[in-house]
Design a protein around this ligand. Structure first.
Ligand code: CO
Ligand code: CO
Ligand code: CO
Length: 348
């Protein structure tokens, strides 16, 4: 058993290679490759959506995704919960129902006790149980850096797939979790975050997007994605760029951890936020009144972030009220889809 708490977030990081994977690198790696063509592949790599979809028959399709990463919190059980909630989220973002999952594990057996792995998997199992998902197997490799996540398979009706690319002019944008988890977990690692804030961000990252996805079933939702590593504006860009529409974002209405703005002002900004700004900044126009710390918040890479919906404008208020009555207290209308300027995100 473990005698002392182990700092999972500071275990040996992988080989000392200076080059890092940046947003857009994967697109370049895949560009020009002979990708599979199959009439039943409804959403594949070329669509770059949250999960792939493969049709089995007229009424049923499989929706599949995989996600795994190193710890952003030190508690192994919570890390397991967060990693599982994050992996399941891509199924919810497509409008699917997750059914089965496989553990994906890289474990530094030389430096960490195996009981830590047990707690991580226990956290993952609890989230799978909550989601009604059955663990069917997994794969573990020895690695210098701890990583955990899931490969998830779900069911979806082929006619009810929620993709990113279906914005309609007049839609309202609705976000279901507060932004700032990247900045706040950076502050936690620096020993600056209070216990209350640490608990609050851990609870939100562990929360399934299941309830929000269920509510969305009853509303005219046109498009959806979940907010993860590219940050709010990075994932919004995936909806907006090449859509022919533009969006207006009301910075003051975006739910966030108030402390994240203080930390951002102190310079506690994860490297991913700069990468995200470099990648998508050209599509964004910030109004003169939008301070730098809010801009950083909107590019902050999220772990297990909320769902971002585009819902028919006239139903948006009712949608938010329904989300709130399901316990999603910070659900907010954060912007709207407009006719132009096309492919642009205006933040005011
Ligand atoms: Co996603
Ligand atoms: Co994804
Ligand atoms: Co993902």
């Amino acid at each position: 058993m473990i005698d002392q708490p182990v700092r999972l977030t500071t275990t040996v990081k992988g080989a000392g290679c200076a080059a890092k994977l940046a947003p857009g690198d994967l697109d370049r790696a895949l560009c020009g490759l002979d990708l599979p063509v199959d009439p039943n592949l409804l959403v594949g790599l070329d669509r770059a959506d949250d999960a792939g979809v493969y049709r089995i028959n007229e009424d049923l399709a499989l929706v599949q995704t995989i996600d795994f990463f190193p710890p952003m919190v030190d508690d192994p059980y919570h890390f397991g919960q967060i990693a599982a909630a994050n992996a399941l989220s891509d199924i919810y973002a497509m409008g699917g129902t997750p059914k089965t999952a496989m553990n994906v594990v890289a474990f530094p057996a030389r430096t960490l006790h195996i009981s830590i792995l047990r707690k991580i998997i226990e956290g993952g199992l609890d989230k799978m149980r909550e989601a009604g998902v059955v663990l069917v197997g997994g794969h573990t490799v020895e690695d210098s850096e701890l990583k955990y996540g899931l490969s998830v398979t779900g069911f979806i009706h082929p006619a009810r797939i929620l993709t990113k690319k279906n914005l309609v002019c007049g839609d309202r944008l609705v976000l279901t979790k507060p932004l700032g988890t990247g900045i706040v977990t950076t502050a936690i690692k620096a020993g600056l975050a209070s216990r209350d804030l640490t608990e609050s961000v851990t609870r939100n990252m562990s929360a399934l997007n299941r309830a929000a996805a269920l509510v969305a079933n009853d509303f005219p939702v046109h498009a959806c994605t979940d907010i993860t590593g590219f940050g709010f504006l990075g994932h919004l860009a995936e909806m907006v760029v090449d859509s022919g529409c533009g969006v207006r974002v009301k910075a003051a209405d975006v739910p966030h951890y108030p402390e994240a703005l203080e930390y951002a002002d102190m310079g506690l900004i994860p490297a991913g936020a700069y990468n995200n700004r470099n990648f998508r900044g050209a599509f964004v126009e910030f109004g003169a009144g939008v301070p730098r710390c809010i801009q950083d918040l909107l590019f902050d890479p999220q772990t297990s972030g909320g769902l971002l919906f585009a819902v028919a404008g006239g139903d948006a208020e009712r949608f938010v009220a329904a989300l709130m009555s399901e316990g999603i207290g910070c659900a907010s209308i954060v912007g709207e889809v407009v006719s132009g300027p096309a492919d642009r995100m205006c933040v005011e």
